[in-house]
Design a protein around this ligand. Sequence first.
Ligand code: 13P
Ligand code: SF4
Length: 348
Amino acid sequence: MVKSNIIEFSIFTPSKSVFLTSTASRPAELPQDLVAAIAELKQAKQAVILAHYYQDPAIQDVADFIGDSLELSRQAAQTEAEVILFAGVHFMAETAKILNPDRTVLLPDLSAGCSLADSCPPEAFAQFRACYPDHFVVSYINCSAAVKAMSDLICTSANAVSLIQQIPPEQPILFAPDQNLGRYVMAHTGRPMVLWPGSCIVHETFSERQLWALKAQHPAAEVIAHPECEAPVLALADFIGSTSRLLSHVQTSPSTTFIVVTEPGIIHQMHKHAPHKQFIPAPAQNGCLCNECPYMRLNTLEKVYQALRDGRPALTLPETVMIAARVPIQRMLDWSRPAAPLPPVLAS
Ligand code: 13P
Ligand code: SF4
């Protein structure tokens, strides 16, 4: 493990949105068959539904595309649909809007935030960044549009290692906001990085002790984990990857039982793609449902229907923020193209 230059910068704002109730009012009437009604609306409005793997199974099942953050960004960049309904959280819909400023991007519940994005307030991040003027700023996509606008490069959990490897070795790097992913990337690239001390409440709920107990109960099971988990938990994992990588791994691995250390929404697709295998969700520390992302759960099939029907809630962002944030997002998409030549890196 590379020794990091971690700055203690104790500005952590617990998520505001987790305690909020839905911003969407309940429709007076809902159709009997919501799935059919959503399909009709999609056609009538020329809409596409992009859904993250952490969404409820019912939402995943009406989506045109299900993916991890990187794949969803790629889909958002490519789609020709007039309306993009993003079944995910706010930063994901923001990314779609930044890539499609002239299209309507709907988020079924606007209060579906992200504790990791909330752990990096833009004003505090601006001060932090100013302490490292010569550093290349790499931000995990789980951050606000305002933080993206202050970044040189965006990454996701699927491409973080390969993108960091493309940065010239002499270039110092500041990585935000997830310190757990940052440490994982440092360990796999040998690159020291200054880390913003943010984290995800869902992935930090998994404990080493409970994982040991689960492993003892299921000795043949393979432990698969998302890199947002803390280092002691990752140390117990047999395989670490983004949600998409975890999904493809369970299909190719000879193992038949997996302990899944990430948000359990992904297990819906695991069951579909590897129906004869067993998936055990890693429990939260105190037996609560804290291993489920409370923000992702704010979206429901009813709200998906309502958003498509009414054309709201729609994402809006200041033009200046979108212009600035598009640069590091586009850079990520360009650098992540397998066949693309490596671009020169300039710290801004
Ligand atoms: P992925 O990059 O695997 O989609 O992860 C997104 C996320 O929010 C994990 O908590
Ligand atoms: Fe954010 Fe964590 Fe939920 Fe992912 S699981 S959306 S990082 S709060």
